[in-house]
Design a protein around this ligand. Structure first.
Ligand SMILES: C[S@@+](CC[C@H](N)C(=O)[O-])C[C@H]1O[C@@H](n2cnc3c(N)ncnc32)[C@H](O)[C@@H]1O
Length: 284
């Protein structure tokens, strides 16, 4: 038992600390609430209801047991608090109404529209039991002494790295969800990049999209810049499933072995995944 004196907070500080303790300890419920909303297809359902709904109408549309109505109300309040949905009151009846926000709009699934890429599988992947259990093991991971390179908590727990050829052997469903989530997430911003960053592609004749996934970015690039010779490098399992294209050159390989030469190499949403040492190798 330590005899070191501990600072006594003021009453106001203690109350704030208690509120913060609740907030931080239960914060995972914001994530799980989002996962629950996606699993129940709440964003898609509100979209089909015209983008706005009352709680009873949402209950009916979701075909949930009536006894769960108060709990759906609580879930919706958590999600409003985290910005997934917005709420206001019907000016005549005063009834609370829930609306889609930009965030929940990107979770609407099964709707085909320009630049709409449902992020359903991104949410299901990153909140999956495999991911959350790896996070629950963080303290044990810290305590474990290993020789470098240090493997991630995910790899340490499951024996395979994230986004690896071997993930399918670990869990076929996880691999499928993660790949769909990755593709949706990677495609989310390409329209914005082309509009906001068009200058960076000016004068470029050939480009390798290194770790370019299924080539969606490359297809958008050659559409915007028809003269551009575009090569996509990614792992064989990704390239095998990439839709064929008459202009884009797909190369299956490993960026640590060979990067097909071009005037420019693009690394979009890539470096964050690797260690500093690996990033130095990639950039070299
Ligand atoms: C986060 S995604 C980025 C996809 C793409 N750049 C985009 O923004 O649309 C990372 C990609 O890196 C690929 N990848 C992972 N390790 C790789 C490696 N060693 N060599 C080539 N590609 C790899 C994955 O298959 C995945 O498609």
């Amino acid at each position: 038992m330590s005899t070191r004196a501990i600072e006594v907070p003021t009453d106001a500080e203690l109350l704030q600390a208690q509120a913060d303790l609740w907030r931080h300890s239960l914060y995972y419920l914001a994530s799980m609430g989002l996962r629950c909303a996606v699993e129940l297809e709440i964003p898609t359902t509100i979209h089909h209801l015209g983008g706005v709904t009352s709680l009873p109408d949402l209950m009916t549309a979701l075909s949930l047991p009536t006894v769960k109505m108060p709990f759906l109300g609580r879930l919706m309040r958590v999600l409003v608090n985290s910005g997934v949905f917005a709420s206001d009151n019907n000016s005549e009846s005063g009834e609370e109404l829930f609306r889609l926000t930009t965030l929940s709009r990107v979770l609407v699934h099964g709707v085909v529209a320009d630049e709409h890429h449902s992020q359903k599988y991104f949410v299901l992947g990153v909140t999956s039991p495999h991911y959350t259990e790896a996070a629950l093991g963080l303290a044990d991971w810290f305590k474990k002494d290993t020789v470098p390179p240090v493997t991630s908590p995910f790899e340490d727990k499951y024996g395979v790295p994230l986004f690896d050829e071997k993930t399918a052997l670990l869990d076929k469903e996880l691999d499928d969800v993660v790949n769909k989530g990755l593709a949706a997430h990677d495609n989310l911003g390409i329209g914005t990049i082309l509009r906001e960053c068009s200058d960076i592609f000016k004068g470029v004749e050939s480009l390798t999209d290194c770790c370019g996934g299924d080539g969606t970015t490359a297809r958008a690039l050659v559409k915007a810049y028809p003269h551009l010779k575009c090569t996509v490098l990614d792992l064989p399992k990704v390239i095998e499933k990439a839709p064929p294209h008459d202009v884009i050159n797909y190369v299956a390989g490993d960026l640590f072995h060979t990067v097909p030469p071009s005037q420019a190499v693009m690394l979009k949403l890539v470096l964050h995944f690797w260690s500093d040492e690996d990033c130095v190798k990639i950039l070299a």
